[in-house]
Design a protein around this ligand. Structure first.
Ligand code: PMV
Length: 350
């Protein structure tokens, strides 16, 4: 007898970046962060969890994108499974009439409809989907905040994919992580005019994992310490206000500044970490130029731990932006050229 549930979860792309842990096993961050959850129709993970009594005496097993992937050596995955089983067991202990699903073996099949571990937030959608599906299969009566803390044990950014729309992750203060969870700033219906365009520069797996990269940054970058203390708390407040007011200019400026500063802390890490490549920098120049030349903010770029760009822009700007990127980057990545010697002209000239 197999009990089985399938769910999907979307990716989220941070506009104020999380980069650094104060507790590596509970995944407690060194700063709060804020992201936009993309639509389920776009980049998503799809996970099926099956539980069965006949698997009880075997190890749990998982297949990721069609290939079996070891569970026992993945501490974060083990933590997610342990937490969900413990939550189920607490229900069973409180009510002896409930089936003992916590003792059954688990099988997981998960796939992403986009490149995995290429800096496109696959761990965010993957772990959010896993803990949500486990909660469904075990019939756990969890709130969004509870699910968010479960997802955080798999991957920090996953705690934000539990909610749709505009989502903050409060870093919290407690050493146990009880207050380190995501919250919805505004629902997905709040700002339908805002769209995201993903420019896939490379679909290769990133060279430095975010886990390894962020710890070296915390240990070696003095810029990161300044960012945690002096920059992010203020930016979180400004960004929440900009979102609530649908103020694209402020949203865009903070998004681009925060992406720049995150990558600056990577460069300030010793030894340095480079996630952007020449094509990424060219994309930054194109966006900067069109904003500057047209005298108003047409678009905002942001880059996670990889060279791929996410462009946020009002819907009306998208057809023009897509044409522009197709012009500068025809065919394969890196074939475009853009001079940085443009001049800023008065409004309306582009
Ligand atoms: O959750 P992780 O370990 O994949 O780290 C994500 C880090 C960034 O994507 C670079 C920033 C963020 O806030 O999502």
């Amino acid at each position: 007898m197999v009990r089985q549930v399938t769910c999907t979860a979307p990716v989220n792309i941070a506009v104020i970046k999380y980069w650094g842990k104060r507790d590596t096993s509970l995944i407690l961050p060194t700063n709060s962060s804020l992201s936009v959850t993309l639509s389920q129709d776009d980049l998503h993970s799809r996970t099926t969890v099956g539980i069965a009594p006949e698997w009880s005496n075997e190890s749990d097993r998982m297949w990721l994108n069609g290939t079996e992937s070891a569970i026992a050596t993945n501490a974060r995955l083990v933590n997610c499974l342990k937490m969900s089983r413990a939550q189920r067991k607490a229900l069973e202990d409180a009510d002896s009439g409930l089936p003992r699903w916590s003792q059954w073996g688990i099988r997981i099949v998960s796939e992403n409809n986009f490149p995995t571990a290429a800096g496109l937030a696959s761990s965010a959608s993957g772990y959010a989907c896993l803990v949500y599906t486990l909660a469904q299969v075990f019939e756990l009566p969890l709130t969004g905040a509870d699910l968010s803390r479960n997802a955080r044990l798999g991957s920090g950014s996953a705690c934000r994919s539990i909610f749709g729309g505009f989502v903050g992750w409060d870093m919290g203060q407690s050493p146990t992580g009880d207050d380190s969870q995501a919250y919805q700033v505004a629902p997905e219906t709040h700002w339908p005019d805002l769209e995201a365009l993903i420019l896939v520069v490379s679909d290769l797996k990133k060279g430095v994992s975010s886990t390894a990269g962020m710890q070296t940054t915390v240990e070696t970058s003095s810029l990161a310490q300044h960012r945690f203390q002096a920059i992010v708390p203020k930016r979180m407040r400004q960004m929440e206000q900009a979102i609530l007011a649908k103020d694209f200019d402020t949203f865009a400026e903070i998004t681009m500044r925060d992406s720049n500063q995150f990558h600056a802390t990577c460069l300030d890490t010793f030894p340095p970490i480079f996630y952007l490549n020449d094509t990424s920098r060219l994309i930054i120049q194109v966006v900067t130029a069109i904003n500057c030349l047209s005298g108003r903010t047409q678009a905002a770029y942001t880059f996670d731990a990889g060279p791929n760009a996410v462009i946020y822009a009002p819907k009306a700007h998208m057809p023009y932006l897509i044409q522009l990127f197709a012009y500068f980057f025809p065919g394969s990545a890196g074939s475009g050229y853009f001079s940085d010697s443009y001049q800023c002209l008065p409004e309306g000239t582009v």
